[in-house]
Design a protein around this ligand. Structure first.
Ligand SMILES: Cc1cc2nc3c(=O)[nH]c(=O)nc-3n(C[C@H](O)[C@H](O)[C@H](O)COP(=O)(O)OP(=O)(O)OC[C@H]3O[C@@H](n4cnc5c(N)ncnc54)[C@H](O)[C@@H]3O)c2cc1C
Length: 355
């Protein structure tokens, strides 16, 4: 069986981002790479959104970008501006196409459906298959979104709604998220932060229909696309091995308080590319310990007091938008962290420190 210098296990967001980053920086000129991916064909299956706080390789896959957003709880709306760090939505269909077209040009890059088709003994492996053990205490961000097209112009396409808590909470944390792509097209998503121990919150279709018809008050619309997913708000198990690095969700690239992962994956890819010549000895890359610690406390509060979370999120966005965005994107200074921490209900967070 054939051997390769590098193997990427899983050709999803992290695997392909890394292969692309290595390819465009000519790190695969004299090296062979095998990408192991079981899917038969690539089609749009996700919409990746984030505040663009650092440059990345996929501006041409951006479906829409916004400089204004809102957050609301029943009876109150906060309008915010994010001109410095626009919120971008990436179409995964365009992303897969762009990367696969580029990778095809390099004869040193091979695709396989199964790892057993090759010999991996002497390769360096980048693994994006998460090792998740079922645990009923773990919290997930689970969601379902639909893209709709309305008969009449309805949306203000210049402002998106990050969180609308004006919906049933069912003793959990639940909000809607609306990305208006144009005056008559939008992604509307129902999102839950919960332990997902049963299926009672998964009547997504009803939740979305009810929200579109009764909250947004849209009667004539058609659904053109649907996506569903669950992001672990805990770190998958990482087995340390000399010739392997975990990447993507498997590599702990998710910010646990928000589920945002895409831009962390891009930063991790750049880090690997810079260190590829000495990857065996390079330092482990991770989201800073400061955020790991703060997110853990935040999730404890969420677990103990789900009913308080709409207000807590609302208050968090009462800080300057630039500060909150930097905080949520792992780029805040200590002063900025403190300005957010001071907005939080102190007693709940202090209690959560000691559980
Ligand atoms: C629907 C959805 C929407 C999301 N939206 C956002 C967002 O808006 N913003 C954000 O920052 N994050 C978002 N995320 C979180 C995160 O960015 C994505 O999950 C992202 O795809 C993670 O990349 P990954 O490479 O770790 O996993 P994936 O993209 O899932 O890639 C893993 C790949 O491994 C393959 N695979 C599985 N088993 C094997 C095997 N045994 N051998 C080989 N290959 C295998 C899979 O087919 C897949 O292609 C979203 C997640 C989901 C599910």
């Amino acid at each position: 069986m054939r051997e390769f210098d590098y193997i990427i296990l899983g050709g999803g967001c992290a695997g392909l981002s890394l292969a692309y980053e290595l390819e465009i920086h000519e790190k695969l000129k004299n090296k062979s790479l095998a990408i192991i991916e079981p899917r038969v064909d690539y089609k749009k299956d996700k919409t990746w959104s984030f505040w663009k706080i650092i440059p990345h390789n996929f501006d041409d896959c951006v479906k829409k970008s916004w400089e204004n957003f809102s957050v609301n709880i029943p009876g109150k709306t906060n309008y915010l501006v994010c001109k410095d760090y626009p919120y971008q939505s990436i179409d995964s269909g365009l992303f897969y196409k762009k990367i696969n077209n580029k990778l095809k040009e390099n004869k040193n890059i091979y695709f396989f459906k199964d790892i057993n088709e090759i010999d991996k003994k002497n390769s360096f492996v980048f693994n994006s298959i998460p090792n998740i053990k079922k645990n009923h205490l773990n919290i997930w961000q689970h969601f379902c979104g639909v893209e709709i097209e309305t008969q009449n112009n309805f949306f203000d396409s210049e402002i998106f709604n990050l969180m609308d808590f004006d919906c049933e909470q069912r003793e959990s944390v639940h909000f809607f998220y609306t990305l208006p792509y144009s005056k008559n097209k939008a992604l509307v998503e129902t999102t839950w932060l919960s332990k997902m121990n049963d299926n009672t919150q998964k009547d997504y279709d009803n939740q979305i229909k009810n929200y579109i018809e009764n909250n947004l008050k849209i009667k004539n619309y058609k659904i053109t696309y649907k996506e569903e997913g669950a992001i672990p708000l805990f770190y998958p198990l990482i087995k340390k091995e000399k010739n392997m690095i975990n990447i993507g969700t498997a590599g702990g690239m998710t910010r646990l308080s928000t589920g945002y992962t895409f831009l962390n994956i891009q930063e991790h890819s750049m880090y690997i590319r810079r260190n590829i010549e000495n990857i065996v000895n390079s330092k482990n890359y991770e989201i800073s310990k400061k955020y790991q610690f703060l997110d853990e406390i935040f999730l404890r509060v969420l677990d103990n007091h789900p009913e308080k979370m709409p207000n807590i999120f609302f208050k968090m966005f009462k800080t300057s938008p630039k500060t909150v965005i930097k905080f949520l994107s792992n780029k805040s200074s200590l002063l900025e962290d403190l300005s957010i921490i001071f907005k939080m209900p102190k007693w709940l967070f202090i209690k959560a420190l000691f559980y």
